[in-house]
Each structure stands twice: as structure tokens, then as C-alpha cells.
Design a protein around this ligand. Structure first.
Ligand code: FES
Ligand SMILES: [Fe+2]
Length: 455
């Protein structure tokens, strides 16, 4: 069930911002038509989409600014003033509970000279005081203190200089999303059939999920799309890239290949660019034993149905377009923050069922760390691949050679067991859909541009 969190009346919004004679020249935000770079119909991609700085800046304007972006988990906020700082694209934001216990998010940039007004990762506060010159803002984003205020002209009104507020926040089963789009599609509609797959991780019982441990953050030298795309569409790499990890986890006495290589499964292909893939295996080989033993699979089958318990519940990979991904197997939820065309920052949380006793939570947390923590045996393989692809993609000739996304071309269909359209377990179908959505957004003027598509 989606619960809507109404953002309060913002103390400051871009529309209310005094601009004086400022007029940004169109040349600064010129857009490129990307139709010739992404051919999802034939399954071909031009590598410029991973390396070009102009395209990257256009992504920030047209992909990140209008989209629903994951901000935090509701369990990170319990009392007024609890806060967490993160990014929407490259825009720093503060997420906090206001005095009425409503979740709100603000651009984390002082209205005076632009410094971050909150430099801590998370914590609790009564207000946000900029450490540069001392402007202070309350939990509702209002500017409440200006040192030497008498030095400003009479036209200076603190009401005009509150923090810029993220206009829309919504939650889905504990996940908080926000968007700068002033008139967005509701989050639930945006997620569409993807929620059926998400619920396989988020809706095991009515108590929902909580966060265990902190947020792990690390930097990878690769374009953010390489990671987001892989989590949407790529079970293909598992048997090769993770071969050594799979052998390590293989039950004793069995040949790794027989035990591990998954032959059955499906891949969900969402028209909004989301994707999820999952092998169907009689007994998942990656599960943490303690969690496995604690889990009441009969109850889960009753709640979620066989199709979900046999597939998306125990394993697999998923991306909510553009840059939120998760792994049901270990409760890893993560954001691929863009940091330029060649770099991303990975932020990863571990979530567990709230009903889990402490020892099971701890087992899941450790399992998460061992497999997909910053030095996890699987995570290391994945990061290496993305950095490898990125590192070689700047050569002129290399950059000119298209990439292949043709596996499972035309294979999407309604399979009668899973919602929406699905493809094979080994397929690039959700990847093509991801880039199709990216192409559409890159070629569509966002709300802040009005009628200026390719100036
Ligand atoms: S930059 Fe924040 S008070 Fe000056
Ligand atoms: Fe992987």
C-alpha cells in the first residue's frame, strides 16, 4: 500500500525565488538529440552515453530532475529533527522530520553563498545553521536567523530566502522517494507492475522492514548507468563473473555447476525502465542459513503466492528507474549516485523484516556484508567489471564501436504467472527498456524548459 506524505508549505521554492535581472542564457543548457545513440529496437548502444560530459549534464536536467528518486528509508526518522543527507542526481538534499512529524526534503545549499547547511551524514538537530556565515533555517525550511541582518536593504525578506523544498515526497512500503517535478505522476503509478516484484522483498508481513547498521558508501570509476542497467537486466554475468564466489558457496560434495547455474527464471520488463530478474530454483543457494531457517515459507506462500516465493523472493536483481536498485536475497537496497560521466558513488543499506529477532537480523546484516558490502565477494566482481568497461571507453575508436544489447530481442510477453511483460532469465530486454526510457526522457523537455526541446 502506498502512503502519501504531504510536503508541508515550503518556506522557499524556486518559483518564489527573487531573480532580479538574472536570465540564464540558453547556450548553457543546450540539449543533444540522443535518438542516434540508443537503438533499442536493434539492441545497439553508442558508448558516448557513458562518457560524454554534455550528455551527462543533460541527464541531470532531463532524467534525474523530473524522475522519482529514492531518498531514504522511513526507519531512519523517528522524532522531529532526525535528518539524513543524500543526493538527487548531483543535488545535495536534507531529508528530515519537521515539528509536525512530516517527512520533508530540502536542497542542502544555503541561500546566501550556497554552502551546504548540513554537512553531517545523519543525526538529530533543532535547526540547520550554515557554518559559513551563520544563516540558520528551521525544520520547516524557514530562514530564522541572519547575522547582521540590519546590513541588508528593506526589500530583503527572510520569507523569500528559505531552503528550496523538494515539492513531492511519497513512500512505498518504507521507501521514501522524492522528485523535483512539480506535477509528477503518482509514485504508485510510476512503479506500475514493478510493485509486485518489490513486494517480494518489502511485504513479507504487516510489520514491514527496518534498516540494520548504517549506510555504506563507496566510489566506483564507472558511469552510474552501467550499474543500474546491470541490476535491471543482467543475470547473464553471474555464472562467469561470480564463478569463484559461487564455488565458495556451493554445498560440499556437489559440482558447482550443477548446484549453481540457474536454468529457469524470468526477467520483468517495465515500460517505465524498471527491471527485475530472478532465477527459479528449488532451493536458493545463496541464502544465509539462519535467515532461511527462521523464514516461514508457508506463510509467505499464503501472503505472496507461489510465483513470488519461487522466484523474486529469494534471489534476483532489480532496478527502479533511474538509479535505485535492490537485491531481495540479502535485503540490499542501494543508490548509484552520479558523480560525473566516469564516476558513481554507491550508497547501500541493509534492510530486514521488522519481525526478525536480533540474531536473525545480525545474520542477515553479516550475510549482506560478505556478499554485497563494499568488499563483498560478489560486489567486488561487479565493480571491477563496470570500472573496466569505463576505463577503456574513452579511446576514440573504442568509443565509436557500438555495444550489443540483443539477447532476447523480441522475447517479451505475458507469461501468465508474473505481472506485466517478462523475458527470459538470460536476456537484455529490461536493459533495452531501461535505455528506451532514458532516450525518451533525454529527448523530452522537462518542466523547467517549457517549449525548448533541442535549442
Ligand atoms: S553561505 Fe551560508 S551563511 Fe553564507
Ligand atoms: Fe553481479
Amino acid at each position: 500500500m502506498t502512503s502519501t506524505i504531504e510536503p508541508g508549505a515550503g518556506a522557499g521554492s524556486p518559483a518564489a525565488t527573487p531573480r532580479g535581472a538574472l536570465r540564464r542564457p540558453a547556450e548553457l543548457t543546450a540539449n543533444v538529440d540522443v535518438a542516434g545513440l540508443v537503438d533499442v529496437e536493434s539492441g545497439l548502444l553508442d558508448r558516448a552515453i557513458f562518457t560524454d560530459l554534455r550528455l551527462y549534464r543533460q541527464e541531470l536536467r532531463r532524467v534525474f530532475a523530473p524522475s522519482w528518486l529514492f531518498l531514504a528509508h522511513t526507519d531512519q526518522f523517528h522524532k522531529p529533527g532526525d535528518f539524513f543527507t543524500t543526493y538527487m542526481g548531483e543535488d545535495p538534499v536534507i531529508v528530515t522530520l519537521d515539528r509536525n512529524r512530516r517527512i520533508r526534503a530540502y536542497l542542502n545549499s544555503c541561500r546566501h553563498r550556497g554552502a551546504r547547511v548540513c554537512r553531517a551524514d545523519s543525526g538529530a538537530t533543532r535547526n540547520f545553521t550554515c557554518t559559513y556565515h551563520g544563516w540558520a533555517y528551521d525544520l520547516e525550511g524557514k530562514l530564522i536567523s541572519v547575522p547582521n541582518k540590519d546590513g541588508y536593504p528593506d526589500s530583503f525578506q527572510t520569507a523569500d530566502w528559505g531552503l528550496v523544498e523538494v515539492p513531492h515526497l511519497e513512500t512505498y512500503h518504507g521507501l521514501i522517494f522524492g522528485t523535483w517535478n512539480p506535477d509528477p505522476q503518482p509514485l504508485r503509478a510510476y512503479l506500475g507492475d514493478m510493485v509486485w516484484y518489490m513486494d517480494a522483498m518489502l511485504d513479507h508481513d504487516p510489520e514491514g522492514t527496518v534498516v540494520v547498521g548504517g549506510v555504506h558508501k563507496w566510489v566506483l570509476e564507472g558511469n552510474w548507468k552501467l550499474a543500474a542497467e546491470q541490476f535491471a537486466t543482467d543475470w547473464y554475468h553471474v555464472n562467469m563473473s561470480h564463478a569463484s564466489a559461487l564455488m565458495l558457496l556451493s554445498p560440499a560434495g556437489k559440482k558447482p555447476k550443477e548446484e549453481i547455474v540457474h536454468r529457469q527464471g524470468r526477467q520483468y520488463v517495465d515500460p517505465n525502465g524498471h527491471g527485475a530478474g530472478f532465477p527459479v530454483h528449488p532451493r536458493n543457494r545463496f541464502d544465509a542459513k539462519t535467515v532461511h531457517q527462521w523464514t516461514d515459507y508457508d506463510a509467505l506462500r499464503e501472503r505472496l503466492g507461489d510465483a513470488r516465493v519461487d522466484g523474486p523472493l529469494t534471489n534476483g536483481h532489480a532496478t527502479v528507474f533511474p538509479n535505485f536498485s535492490y537485491l531481495p536475497v540479502n535485503g540490499s537496497i542501494r543508490v548509484w549516485h552520479p558523480k560525473g560521466p566516469d564516476r558513481m558513488e554507491v550508497w547501500s543499506w541493509a534492510i530486514v523484516d521488522k519481525s526478525m529477532p536480533d540474531e536473525v537480523r545480525e545474520a542477515q546484516r553479516l550475510y549482506n556484508l560478505r556478499t554485497f558490502g563494499p568488499s563483498g565477494i560478489f560486489e567486488q566482481d561487479d565493480g571491477e567489471n563496470w570500472s573496466e568497461v569505463q576505463a577503456v571507453s574513452h579511446g576514440f575508436v573504442t568509443n565509436s564501436v557500438p555495444l550489443n544489447y540483443q539477447m532476447g530481442l523480441g522475447s517479451e510477453r505475458e507469461d501468465g504467472r508474473h505481472p506485466g511483460r517478462t523475458s527470459e532469465l538470460y536476456s537484455d530486454a529490461a536493459g533495452r527498456s531501461f535505455y528506451g526510457r532514458w532516450r525518451e526522457l533525454m529527448n523530452t523537455p522537462a518542466w523547467h524548459e517549457q517549449e525548448r526541446p533541442h535549442e
